[in-house]
Write a protein that binds this ligand. Structure first.
Ligand code: ADP
Length: 537
């Protein structure tokens, strides 16, 4: 009972009890690679010896710039298992921001996939703490670069070191991994996870009414391993012994569909924007899914139109989930209760638009502007506060101030909670539209627009208004070859929402800008269009 909860135990368990289970990865090099949990274990131990040989100590940060793949998975275990801290960098950020984050984290080694060579070359002279750069490939594919001195080869590090290594035993409160928030405003802030928080999160995530994973599953995490540990799936897969399928850099609808079908994927996980590509591909090719039974959708609100397509057209059940970088990330999952399962399709779909109920370990409440707790009646909306053993108490190095309020972490999301405990996000507090002192939730308005057959993507933003202060403005990107007029789209809201919530106008754009984690960049849209209503008035 005194044994600490350590991430290395997951790997040891997977090796012993699911040694033949497979990890399939589409590689940057272009081919498909297969290995087993047994091989993963041996290679992670070799890498742990390599880290030792490079003088890496407990607590040192080791950075990765990598897609989802088996080498990244080896680093997940080799780095954390040996007591160092795996720092996953988001390669979609601007090089200046990546350099800033590496310096803040004081990373010692930087491992990178070949796709990110230009990014590494752009920052190499600005990251003095990094003592070694490692290209995650074999000797034959090593890039020719004069900019990175002494570039090391991943496969050589693995080959040159023994697979004899005993995972050290240490305090479970030690740090295991580090992920920075995207920092749409201000500097990014580091969320540091511990072995204990990660292990508890893993137990909870695997549960039937959470992500519901078992040894019978074939899991495709499309959600990146570079952002909040791919929602914990690389840990869950080892805990339950599930086959893992990694897409590498190939995230378009066609590539994903091929992989899902050829590997017999049963469960996938990703943000709505990725699934849009997959659904568009499946629809255009008249293809379905042979084996996929469930998909976890989170990171931003899953539009009910998407849930409907997956479930009614393809027989793939949607699990809507919500979380944050600061929460490791899992907070809620929309797993229906028995009485809800017995409801008709439309009533169930309406519940599935909610982000769901708290997984055990996460406590939630909603509060008003004075911090007074609001009722769980499905109507009162307030700021969502959370606490639990995998939610941060402070940011890395204490930078970013003390985030907690009376021990609760303020999420910055505005939400309702109903009597069954189902939470629904109406907005991020900074995206809320304040019309004449009343709040209008932009997510509801976006969900309605997304149900229109011509709409590919929709964002609703607060535009300045002479009389009401702010009014909703709908920004729409249409599907290729489809058309819809302003009045058609505004007419689509009739009967679906209170009249005064209807957007005042529609702006058509070629595409909606997306951030580094696939979310709509509403602040950029606000910069562009916040004066639109004043201009047309
Ligand atoms: P960042 O974009 O700052 O990196 P995270 O990846 O941590 O942030 O995202 C956390 C935020 O994403 C949440 O606070 C919430 O606003 C939003 N989010 C995540 N999942 C959902 C969801 N299912 N529905 C609506 N919003 C979501």
């Amino acid at each position: 009972m005194d044994q600490p909860l350590l991430i290395s135990a997951l790997l040891t368990h997977a090796e012993r009890h699911h040694g033949d289970q497979q990890i399939v990865s589409r590689r940057v090099e272009g081919d498909v690679h297969r290995c087993t949990f047994r091989e993963l274990g041996a290679r992670a131990r070799r890498m742990a010896n390599a880290l030792d040989a490079h003088g890496i100590d407990m607590g040192d940060r080791i950075a990765t710039l990598a897609w989802n793949g088996y080498r990244h998975m080896e680093l997940y275990y080799a780095v954390s298992g040996s007591g160092a801290v795996l720092h996953t960098l988001n390669p979609r950020l601007h090089p200046d921001q990546v350099a800033w984050i590496v310096n803040h984290a004081e990373d010692r080694i930087l491992f990178f996939d070949l796709s990110f060579l230009p990014l590494v070359e752009a920052i190499v002279d600005r990251v003095p703490t990094v003592k070694a750069f490692v290209a995650m490939t074999d000797r034959a594919h090593m890039p020719a670069t004069s900019k990175i001195r002494g570039l090391l080869c991943y496969e050589e590090l693995v080959e040159d070191h023994s697979s004899e290594f005993h995972w050290p035993r240490f305090d479970e409160q030690r740090a295991s991994s580090l992920c920075y928030t995207s920092g749409t405003t201000g500097n990014p802030k580091g969320a540091l996870y511990s072995h204990r928080s990660t292990m508890l999160h893993t137990y909870a995530a695997a549960l039937p009414d959470a992500l519901n994973c078992s040894a019978a599953d074939v899991i495709l995490p499309v959600v990146p391993m570079f952002h909040v540990n791919a929602w914990g799936l690389p840990y869950v897969a080892c805990m339950v012994g599930a086959k893992l399928v990694f897409p590498g850099p190939w995230l378009d609808g066609k590539s994903l569909h091929e992989l899902i079908e050829s590997e017999g994927v049963t469960l996938s996980a990703g943000v709505p924007t990725v699934w849009q590509g997959l659904l568009a591909h499946a629809e255009s090719q008249g293809q379905g899914f042979k084996s996929m039974r469930r998909t976890i959708i989170g990171g931003s609100a899953c539009p009910p139109a998407m849930t409907r397509s997956f479930q009614e057209q393809y027989g793939v059940h949607v699990l809507h989930a919500w979380g944050m970088t600061e929460m490791s990330p899992l907070g809620t999952v929309c797993a229906l209760k028995p009485a809800q399962l017995a409801l008709g399709d439309e009533a169930r779909l309406a519940i599935q638009a909610k982000q769901g109920r708290a997984v055990f370990g996460v406590d939630m409440k909603i509060v008003d502007a004075e911090g007074k707790e609001l009722p769980h009646d499905g109507a009162a909306a307030g700021e969502l506060m959370v606490c639990g053993p995998w939610i941060i108490g402070s940011y890395f190095k204490g930078d970013g101030g003390n985030p907690l309020v009376d021990g609760w972490f303020p999420t910055g999301d505005v939400a309702t909670i109903d009597a069954e405990g189902f939470m629904q996000i109406t907005d991020r507090s900074k995206d809320v539209i304040k019309s004449g002192g009343e709040w209008i939730g932009s997510i509801d308005l976006e969900n309605i627009a997304m149900a229109h057959p011509a709409v590919a993507m929709a964002a609703c933003i607060a535009a300045r208004h002479a009389k009401w202060g702010e009014r909703p403005l709908l920004v729409v990107a249409l599907k290729p070859g489809k058309s819809a007029t302003r009045s058609e789209l505004l007419g689509f809201y009739e009967g679906r929402i209170a009249k005064w919530w209807t957007p005042d106008d529609v702006v058509f754009v070629d595409s909606i800008p997306l951030g580094a984690t696939g979310k709509m960049l509403k602040n950029r849209l606000r910069d562009l269009f916040q004066d639109h209503l004043l201009a047309v008035a």
